[in-house]
Design a protein around this ligand. Structure first.
Ligand code: CA
Length: 227
């Protein structure tokens, strides 16, 4: 699946791209309206994430032009909270959904998947596995052999992110961005607190999986007796 991001805030575009890539999407970023529009007209995308305020050509004009040119690629508008009229405007011009900034990466993924599901029928990620550990995302249950435990809120989001990125170290910064949202006030010690909660649950489940702290960077999952 190919996704085009048209967004002039580099850090936001990068954070979104990183999240999408971790879920196996191919991503292209354009940081001004004209280049974004050209890209949308010439290449085949499954979805476009479109900012409103953009240099050279704004998101609404791009959307209107794409629809006029019979480009039916689904579009999710990324709008600032202050632009309250944007929702109506965007949907009027043929957007499939809109999302208000600041948003968490989890919220973004949920919208992306919902729109793709409506238009392409992609399957939800429902079971995530690592070692003897299984996360049933839909029913919010963490399982290990015969044991299972309910998990919710930030704990669920955090273990989900660790499982989705099981072969890499997730930095505290990217954890904050993905779970608390871009530009949130969450601190790194919020992350540490939730890591502690999840470790406790892993212990209760008697799982061989552990969350390893990589000093100065972040966290990744490991199997305890794995040499
Ligand atoms: Ca912008």
């Amino acid at each position: 699946m190919n996704i085009l991001i048209i967004e002039d805030e580099y850090s936001l575009a990068d954070a979104v791209a990183e999240t999408l890539q971790s879920e196996k999407f191919n991503v292209c970023i354009k940081t001004n309206g004209e280049e974004g529009e050209d890209e949308a007209l010439t290449e085949n995308y499954d979805l476009i994430l479109l900012d409103v305020m953009l240099p050279r050509k704004n998101g609404f004009d791009i959307l209107r032009y794409l629809r006029q040119e019979k480009i039916k690629t689904p579009v999710i508008m990324l709008t600032a909270k202050s632009e309250i009229e944007d929702k109506l405007n965007g949907l009027e011009h043929g957007a499939d959904d809109y999302i208000t900034k600041p948003f968490s990466m989890r919220e973004l993924m949920a919208r992306v998947k919902a729109v793709l599901k409506r238009t392409n029928n992609i399957e939800d990620t429902e079971m995530l596995e690592f070692g003897d550990l299984i996360l049933d995302v839909k029913n919010a249950k963490l399982k290990c052999k015969e044991n299972e435990i309910q998990i919710s809120g930030k704990e669920l989001e955090l273990i989900e992110q660790l499982l989705l990125n099981k072969n890499q170290v997730l930095s505290k910064e990217s954890i904050v961005e993905r779970i608390w949202g871009y530009e949130s006030d969450a601190e790194y010690n919020n992350v540490e607190v939730y890591i502690t909660f999840i470790r406790r649950k892993l212990k209760l489940l008697e799982s061989e999986v552990n969350i390893k702290a990589v000093r100065g960077i972040g966290y990744r999952l490991e199997i305890k007796n794995d040499k």
